[in-house]
Design a protein around this ligand. Sequence first.
Ligand code: NAP
Length: 249
Amino acid sequence: MTNILILGGTTEASALAGVLADRRARATLSYAGRVANPRVQPLPTRVGGFGGVAGLARYLREQEVTHLVDATHPFAATMSAHAVAAAREQGIAHIALTRPAWEPAAGDRWQSVASVEAAVAALVGPRRRVMLALGRMHVSAFAAQPQHRYLLRFVDAPQEPPALPDHALVIDRGPFSVDGDVDLMQSHAIDLVVCKNAGGSGAEAKLIAARRLGLPVLMIDRPALPERRAVHDVEAVLHWLDHSADRGV
Ligand code: NAP
């Protein structure tokens, strides 16, 4: 019998969970446990790391998972690499549900960098007012450029104050609107936006707001991932589930 494990932490994973629950599919949603109060889900959930490739492979075996759907964030490169390796090791079906990367449109002033470290290095120079739209995991790296005023937006209030000497912190889990982000950028007199190329519509408001305000964006490119089957929408996952059952592909 088909038994699906969704690696989650994204809106795509939640959307898939809703559809699978409606279908009464046997499925579990896995969270890393980074967010204090994740959305209530219509499927059974589990929380916390598996313990590397070996731990995930063990979980897949013990829970008799037949289909692994990696719906993690495009920057969750470690988890995604583990998923490829563990699914291969267990010989089970594996697919990634991921958002297409954003592409610059007319009016965008993007500078691409390869990594968070490269974004930090690109901020060398005089004081600016920077919206750091990165999530809290990478913020401390920007302490190496302490001359800037940073605007941070987190899902949860952090336990420790961010290690940036001059910052403003907004707690908001979205969804964000273009008008709201224009207001936020204007009220903080932002002159540069730093973000990851997450893709998807939920986080795109800041890019449209930056375009509207003519602001430059320092865009961090996606990390490299191993070769894998990837689709961009829930329907494509359902099609794959319906056509790959019991074939171990
Ligand atoms: P990561 O660096 O690729 O993963 C680090 C470790 O966290 C993994 O090796 C795994 O631990 C554990 N982990 C990650 N995702 C998990 C999941 N869905 N279920 C169980 N364990 C998981 O991942 P990350 O960038 O820290 O992201 C963590 C979570 O936040 C993911 O669920 C991701 O979808 C979500 N998220 C990430 C970003 C981002 O920008 N990176 C943005 C939004 C949401 P073990 O090795 O012990 O199994």
